[in-house]
Design a protein around this ligand. Structure first.
Ligand code: AKB
Length: 346
């Protein structure tokens, strides 16, 4: 990976998604890089305008991905394309094809490109708290914060997919073709962050189980009522979209010599649905929020930890949460969502 940022060319998949939207803006703040964006669907104009090239295509399309990586001399891959936990439980086989097949396709191509150019392609993969599996509300309350090596027992296809992709990335980064005489040294430079629930003001979430908080916030900001699909006490770790984007940019830039592992927890605060609703009502007093737990989606949330330990990320690459719950609302969520809906039809 060239140390000179001006030589960076980033291939970003899932560019039309929530994180893709934010990450393109974050990457573009460094004008000396090239951004090649792809998604299965059309990329919105406000994102497209920040990219050097955009392509509508499938991450499982080996020919297209190989063409993009080779033609553009890609140095970095941000692989965001995925089916999230709720959607994946409706179409688990499709989720496996996309989440695992797409990631494996890109890792193979990144390995080949690294070997042919003698420089390690940097591969950044958002993973998830869904790789953890706890046994219900009482167990997760007893366990509290989890470290990266504990409770890696996912109870969703999405979580299982992402855990396996973490292992695949570690293999391509450290052990690829370990018995081959000609394996070379330029393996993939793989890094992954286990993202918590992410709260974005500029986009509405789709397909996730952590959507219960963003749905609540966007409903309040647009004068709609919200029936929350989890119980008030449902608690998981969270971060805002700006913090999520910054952590992905940071892990993508840190020199590999500082990293003692491939996968890191990140999160800013833990909060229950009720705690978020209470803060939300202080900012939007007319918000109408009630709770009707969906037993199946509640079961997914009950398998996720109440919190994650981010000590390894702090020690290795200086990760630090920016805002707690109240600060997230005051510094980002309220001003950004009011500005967003003042300028859009909603
Ligand atoms: C989901 O809800 O599936 C995602 C996640 C927690 O990774 N937002």
């Amino acid at each position: 990976m060239p140390s000179d940022p001006s030589k960076r060319t980033v291939l970003l998949t899932g560019a039309a998604g929530e994180i893709g939207h934010g990450l393109v803006h974050g990457l573009r703040s460094h004008d000396d890089i090239r951004i090649i964006a792809t998604d299965l669907k059309e990329i919105p104009e406000q994102t497209r305008s920040l990219c050097d090239e955009v392509h509508v295509g499938d991450v499982c399309d080996e020919g297209l991905m190989q063409q993009l990586i080779a033609m553009h001399e890609v140095t970095d891959i941000y692989h965001l394309a995925a089916l999230l936990s709720t959607r994946a439980e409706h179409v688990p086989e499709v989720a496996h094809e996309v989440n695992v097949g797409g990631t494996w396709n890109l890792l193979k191509l990144a390995a080949a490109h690294s070997a042919s150019h003698g420089e390690r392609v940097r591969f950044i993969l958002p993973s998830t708290i869904a790789i953890y599996g706890l046994d219900g509300q009482e167990h997760k309350a007893k366990v509290g914060e989890v470290e990266e090596g504990s409770y890696n027992l996912p109870k969703t296809m999405y979580g299982a997919n992402k855990l396996y992709c973490e292992h695949l990335g570690r293999y391509y980064s450290r052990h690829y073709r370990r018995l081959a005489e000609d394996r070379g040294t330029a393996l993939v430079d793989f890094r992954s962050l286990r993202l918590p629930g992410v709260i974005a003001a500029e986009t509405r979430p789709t397909g996730g189980t952590s959507d219960f908080v963003p749905e609540m916030i966007h409903a309040a900001a647009t004068g709609q009522s919200c029936t929350c699909f989890v119980r008030p006490s449902a608690r998981i770790p969270w971060m805002t979209m700006p913090e999520c984007v910054q952590s992905l940019l940071d892990i993508g830039r840190v020199e590999s010599g500082r990293l003692t592992q491939s996968v890191y927890n990140v999160a800013s605060f833990s909060a229950s649905a009720q705690e978020v609703a209470d803060v939300l009502l202080r900012h939007f007093p007319d918000a109408r929020i009630d709770f009707e737990p969906d037993v199946n989606r509640q079961g997914i949330v009950d398998s996720w930890p109440e919190g994650v330990c981010t000590a390894r990320a702090a020690a290795d690459w200086g990760y630090a949460p920016r805002w707690n719950l109240d600060e997230a609302f005051e510094q980002y969520i309220v001003p950004a969502i009011q500005s967003h809906y003042a300028h859009t039809s909603g």
